[in-house]
Design a protein around this ligand. Sequence first.
Ligand SMILES: Cc1cc2nc3c(=O)[nH]c(=O)nc-3n(C[C@H](O)[C@H](O)[C@H](O)COP(=O)(O)OP(=O)(O)OC[C@H]3O[C@@H](n4cnc5c(N)ncnc54)[C@H](O)[C@@H]3O)c2cc1C
Length: 605
Amino acid sequence: MGGLVTSGGGVVPAYKRQLVNSQRVAFAASITDDGWPVASLLTSGDARPLLTADGEAARLSVRLPSEAGPGFACPSLRAHLLRPDAPAAFIAMDFESRLRFRVQGRVAAHDGQQPELIELATSETFPNCSAFIPKIELATVAAAARPQPTPAVSSSLSDEQAALVGSVCSFFVASAAPVRRPAATTTHTLHLPSTGNTASPRRCCPPHRWLGGSQDCASADISHRGGQQGFLRVRDDGATLSWPDYPGNGSFMTLGNLTAYPKASLLLPFLPHGKMLQIRGTATVSWDPDSADDGAERQVNVAVEEVVETGGMAELYSWRLVETSNFAPACSALAGAQPAPQRRFVTVTRAKDVAEDVALFKLDTNGKGTLPYVPGQHVTLRVPVNEGSEPLTRSWTIVENPTLLLPSYTNSQVNIAVKRDDGGGGASVWMHDELRDGDELELQGVEGAFVMDVLSPGFAATVPRKLLLLSAGIGITPFVSMLLALQASAPLRRSDRQSADATDIVLLHSTRRMSQVPYQQKLEALADGSEEWSGGSFSVRIEWVITGQEGAGRVGAEGIAAAVPDVAAREVMLCGPPSYMEDMFAALGGLGVGPERIRTESFLM
Ligand SMILES: Cc1cc2nc3c(=O)[nH]c(=O)nc-3n(C[C@H](O)[C@H](O)[C@H](O)COP(=O)(O)OP(=O)(O)OC[C@H]3O[C@@H](n4cnc5c(N)ncnc54)[C@H](O)[C@@H]3O)c2cc1C
C-alpha cells in the first residue's frame, strides 16, 4: 500500500462488520497479468450479501456472482479474482449513511464445493471519512439472467463519453502498490505532505521500474472519489482526465500508490442509460495547489490509454442521486462561469472547561449564514497547527446550540467540546493552547449519520421504545447533544404526552474519572427530571462506570447485564475508542444483541 496510514491491520473491526456484511452491491479491484489495476461493480442479484467478515481472523469471504448469471458488471474481473494469490481489494459503500470501508488482501482459497466463494487473506482494512460521498439510492435488480453485454473498447474518449464523464459526482479509482524491493536496490524516498500523522515516509522503488506485470504489484486498492457534478473532467486536449483532490483526503492511500506506481483504472458506475465506463491511464499527481481546480490542494491527472464502455447495467442495479455531499465545493467547470468556491470560516472562542482536559468552544458564523445540524452531527474544521504546512482536518461533535433548537436546529452559533489529546497529531492541543479568541477557522462542513433527529415529524413514534446509549471517554459527546436536544424539544411534542408507552433510554458511560465527564451535572439533572420535562413520554437513566486510570474496572458483558438487565430488548448506539467498541460488540453479541441492532460512531477516521 502506498499510502502513509493504515489502521486496523487485516481484521475488519466488529463495529464495521455490519457495514461490510450487509452489502449486496460491492466495488472490487484486482491487478491484471500485465500489471494494470482493474475495477468493477458486483451485485448479489439475490438477498444474500456479497462480503462476509467474521470473527477475529484477517479473512474476508467473498461470494462471487456466478459466470452464467447476472452480477459482474465486468466479467473479466471475476477471472482475475479466481487466480490463487491474486491481489484484491473491496470497498463496502453505504451511500445512504455515507459510510465506507476498504479491505485489501490476497486471494487465499476457493471453496471447491462452491466455486463462487473465495477467501481473501486480508492485510489492510480501514474506514474513510464520509465527506464527499453523495447520497445515492442504490439497489440490485433481481434479474434471473441477462445476456452478457459486449463492451466497446477504444483508446480514447468519444465526445459522448466525455459528456458522461462530466456528469458524475461519484467514481472509483483502482490503483496498485509496487512490491518493495530489498534495501540494496536503488531506492528513493517518497515525500508526501504532512497529514498530521506521524508515520515515516515510505521508501519506494523508482516508479517506472514497476510498470511491468502483476508480479511487481504488492497489493490492489480501490477507493472512492466524490464531488459536485463536473469535478471529474476531460481536459482541453481531450485525452486527459483530471480531478481535484479535496482537503480531507489526508491519508494518501490512493495518491501514494499513484505516485509510486502510476497505472490507474477508473470505474464510473453511475451513468445515465445504464452505462458503465472503465478508463485506464497513466496518472500524475500535481502537488501544487495553484494548479488544482476549485480550491483543492492537489490535482490528479490521468492520460487516457483505454476506455471500456459497457451497457445493460440497468439490468444489474438501479441508482438515483439523492444529493451531492455538502462538503464538496462548487465546480467551476460547470457552465464555465460559476463563481469560485466559497470557503466558509467561523469565529472560534474558548468558553469554559466542561471537564478535566475538555474545553468548550463556541463557533460563530458572524451572521454569514447558519449552521444547521441534527443532534449527533459534527463540524469539520481545518486547524492551522504548523505554520507553513497544511492545516489538519478534524471533526468535533456539536454538543449544543446556545439558543437550543427553537424553532429548529438552525443557528449561527454552535458549541463543540474538545478533549486535549497529547498523543495525536496536534489539532486538539492547538485548540487548547494556541487558539486565540476570535480566531477564524475554515469550516468544511456539518455532517454525520449518527443522529437522533428529535425534530423530525413523528420522531416519538419512530424512536426505539428501548434504547441503550453506550459510550466511553470523549465518545459521550454525541449523546450529550442528543439528550440535551431531546429535553429542549420536549415542549414541541406536547401531543406525545398522551403516549402510554414511554421511550426508555439508558446511557451507560465509562470513564477513567468522573472529573473527565463533560456535562455530568447537566446530564444527571436531565435524567432526574426526565419524566417531568417529557410529560412521561421519555425516561432517561444514566449509569456511570468508573474504570480507573488503568482501565481495571472496564465494563464487559456482566457489567452491562447488571446495569441494564433488559439489554437484549434494546437498540444500541455506540461511540468510543476502537478497543472499547470492539469489546462492546463482543459483549453485546453474548447478550443477544446482534450487530444489526447496534449503530456506531467512530472518532477515528
Ligand atoms: C465524527 C467525529 C466526531 C468527533 N467528535 C469529537 C468530540 O466531540 N470531541 C473530541 O474531543 N474529539 C472528537 N473527535 C476526535 C477529533 O476529531 C480529534 O481526533 C481529536 O480531537 C484529537 O485530535 P488530534 O489532532 O490532537 O489527534 P489525532 O491526530 O486526531 O489523533 C487522535 C488519537 O488517535 C490516535 N490515532 C490517530 N490515527 C490513528 C490510527 N490510524 N490508528 C490508531 N490510532 C490512531 C492518535 O494516536 C491519538 O491518540 C471526533 C472525531 C470524529 C471523526
